[in-house]
Design a protein around this ligand. Structure first.
Ligand code: PLP
Length: 399
């Protein structure tokens, strides 16, 4: 008899995003020209100053263990960044570095959630949240957010979802998959409910720099001293500095919580790579001009992709102000037929678009909303144009 997989591991759902990527990869390997709107990473290169510091770190032998919560220089850079850009006053001891923002969120859940505690997840949600809550023995409580509300959580819906077992709200803005963000007034109204009910917030701010119109990003912990005490701010360098492969994220929050998260990290992975920490320190402290150029290019692509979808029959969407995703509602196509394929739902549509149009997109069901599909515009304008031409051709064939 071979190894018996635990119930915990067996219950984990495969990632919808990775499944589409795998299929697109197979088609590419067969020589098919596939346009990939499935990936969630910037197509830009890591800035040169960041790479240079990492090379220097290797050559100077900075290749050994560091303190578990990160080097003092990096923790200071994190605290300085949060003060400078987010108006948040954390001491370096209230910050920690970890293996991507993903791990920061997971460590926060492990440090906050007891078995059976409820974690509120606005739906659509980022694919990893429910699985992380499950791994932390928590119970996910989903709150549906509607297209008419820009897929945003309302204070009334949040209040209605709270029970005596509610421990945490995980909020991500700008949002993956919807591209929505929140105004300061909206954040304040949600914070009022959290303070009233004593609900902690994991504020996932990885896309904070990718906002194209409307108000600038406003951090949850900046609302009030009461909310500051209830919030763990998580962020990272993946999206802002095109550093997905380096694996650096960070968290800042109340000192006892950061200490608890660090204790878990000590036994799990010790810390993220010493070289990555040097690179991340440079990304946070160094010149920021690469970010502005990237934001400008993303805005151009967002405007184009939104405009194309807005002109397609049977597609509903609102202009997404941030991140690099569009999340159109395609449910008007369900029940129709495209090139002999019956479209019963998001998976059927994604399959037809991949097999007939050679374009990879992600089914909304993976994010908890099967009426929608997700497209990332983190690819060149030329590829975006080609991909949308193919999608539009198929959508117009629906009968
Ligand atoms: C909403 C959201 N949070 C967190 C992350 C994690 O980013 P990383 O672990 O690369 O820092 C991602 C990456 O796709 C994301 O989309």
């Amino acid at each position: 008899m071979g190894a018996r997989i635990s119930k915990r591991a067996a219950a984990i759902a495969p990632s919808a995003t990775l499944a589409v990527n795998a299929k697109a990869g197979e088609m590419k390997a067969q020589g098919i020209d596939v346009v990939n709107f499935g990936v969630g990473e910037p197509d830009f290169d890591t800035p040169g100053n960041v790479k240079a510091k990492a090379i220097e770190a290797i050559q100077s032998g900075f290749t050994k263990y560091t303190p578990a919560p990160g080097t003092p220089a990096l923790r200071k850079a994190i605290a300085d960044k949060l003060a400078r850009e987010n108006g948040l006053n954390y001491t370096p001891a209230q910050t920690m570095a970890c293996v991507g923002a993903k791990q920061a969120i997971y460590l926060a859940l492990l440090a906050l959630v007891d078995p059976g505690d409820e974690v509120i997840l606005p739906r659509p949600y980022w694919v990893s949240y429910p699985e992380m809550v499950h791994l932390a023995d928590g119970v996910s409580v989903y709150v549906d957010c509607e297209l008419e509300d820009d897929f945003k959580l309302t204070p009334a819906a949040l209040r209605a979802a709270c029970t005596p077992r509610t421990k945490v709200l995980v909020l991500n803005y700008p949002n993956n998959p919807t591209g929505s963000s929140y105004t300061r007034a909206e954040i304040e109204a949600l914070a009022a409910v959290c303070v009233e009910r004593g609900v902690c917030v994991i504020s996932d701010e990885v896309y904070e720099k990718l906002i194209y119109d409307g108000e600038p990003h406003f951090s949850f912990a900046a609302v009030s001293p009461e909310m500051y005490d209830l919030t763990v701010t998580t962020n990272g360098v993946s999206k802002a500095y095109a550093m997905t492969g380096w694996r650096l994220g960070y968290a800042a929050g109340p000192a006892p919580l950061i200490k608890a998260m660090t204790s878990i990290q000590e036994h799990m992975n010790t810390h993220t790579s010493s070289i990555t920490q040097v690179a991340g320190t440079e990304a946070l402290n160094g010149p920021q001009d690469a970010v502005a150029a990237m934001v400008e290019e993303f805005k151009r692509r967002r405007d184009y992709m939104y405009g194309r979808f807005a002109a397609m029959p049977g597609i509903r969407l609102r202009k997404p102000p941030g991140a690099f995703y569009c999340f159109p509602d395609v449910s008007a196509l369900y029940g129709k037929t495209i090139r002999g394929h019956k479209i019963g739902g998001d998976m059927d549509l994604v399959n037809v678009i991949l097999t007939e149009g050679h374009v990879a997109i992600v089914p909304g069901g993976g994010f908890g909303n099967p009426n929608c599909v997700r497209l990332s515009y983190a690819t060149s304008m030329e590829r975006i144009t080609t991909g949308l031409d193919r999608i539009e051709g198929l959508v117009r064939e629906a009968r």
